[in-house]
Design a protein around this ligand. Structure first.
Ligand code: ADP
Length: 288
């Protein structure tokens, strides 16, 4: 479906979308005048293209004192895919691997071979983003999708050489390109050595903390397992401890670490009757 819609778009449509992309941080709905100016497409032509894209639900048009345009999730995803394609980083889009409330995940062929392309659908309001909103005013929700993708990419970059996460290959718009892991979600498998796996997970979470990252949504759904090992995925909500500015933010990060570990430990307790003392582990990690 995405590949088909992608093939239908022509040069003029991509240029008009460039005009929206370049200005979406400054305008919730980018004025058509600005789109025309930055894309080099005459205003009356740009308007025609925008109307077509709006009929196809790839952008949203809004008439206030001026006519303005913003992406939809689908429009931004196609545009982000095109940024990878025109840089020759992604050469073919494959099957949809999954779609949930928070993302749409495809496999694809990339410069590095088979890979995963994850399109972010939501923006999280971490404290960093709350600050940002205060500083920059009202942003369109698609800007927040881009922030989520950037946040996931940055966390993977910081972690991948030391922690078991997919290798991050690239970030464009709301899309993150990463290594394909051939494994199943933890909740779908029956482990033979649950205690050993839980101990390993705890060590990896400690390593993440040392590298300055808290996952923020750790659970049996965001850990992949196969006979060779385990991988952590899904980092849009990750907290970067280097960006923390106040004691209150640090306390929030510690609470989120506690919640991540408590969730996982209680999954292992309920599923495998493995008992470990969550509070003691959290305290130990905080000290490390
Ligand atoms: P969401 O927040 O939308 O759940 P995830 O990052 O958890 O997004 O991805 C959704 C699903 O896509 C995962 O449960 C997993 O099955 C698959 N997936 C995501 N990233 C990868 C990857 N790098 N390799 C293999 N499968 C992946």
């Amino acid at each position: 479906m995405l590949a088909e819609r992608f093939r239908k778009l022509r040069g003029l449509a991509w240029r008009v979308m460039d005009g929206i992309f370049e200005n979406m941080w400054d305008y919730k709905y980018v004025p058509i005048e600005i789109i025309a100016r930055d894309s080099g497409v005459e205003e009356h032509k740009a308007e025609k293209v925008l109307k077509t894209l709006s009929n196809e639900k790839l952008i949203e048009l809004k008439q206030t004192e001026y006519l303005g345009a913003a992406f939809t999730f689908l429009g931004l995803s196609l545009y982000s895919l095109n940024r990878f394609v025109r840089k020759n980083i992604v050469t073919m889009l494959g099957e949809k691997m999954g779609e949930g409330k928070e993302s749409m995940v495809y496999n694809c062929i990339s410069k590095w071979g088979e890979a995963v392309l994850k399109f972010h659908k939501v923006g999280y309001t971490s404290f960093k983003r709350v600050r940002e909103k205060r500083d920059y005013g009202d942003l369109h929700y698609t800007v927040l999708m881009i922030r989520s993708a950037k946040n996931e990419f940055n966390a993977l970059k910081k972690l991948h050489s030391k922690v078991s996460v997919p290798k991050p290959y690239g970030w464009e718009g709301n899309a993150v390109l990463m290594e394909l892991i051939d494994a199943k979600e933890l909740y779908k498998v029956r482990l033979e050595n649950p205690k050993e796996v839980l101990d390993y997970i705890i060590e990896e979470v400690r390593e993440m903390w040392k590298l300055g990252i808290v996952h923020g949504d750790l659970s049996q759904f965001n850990i992949l397992v196969n006979p060779e090992g385990i991988w952590f995925i899904d980092f849009p909500q990750a907290i970067d401890l280097n960006e923390i500015e106040t004691d209150e933010e640090l306390r929030m990060a510690e609470e989120i670490l506690r919640r991540d570990l408590t969730n996982l430990i209680s999954y292992f307790r309920k599923t495998y009757r493995v008992e470990v003392d969550a509070d003691r582990i959290v305290e130990e990690i905080l000290k490390s």
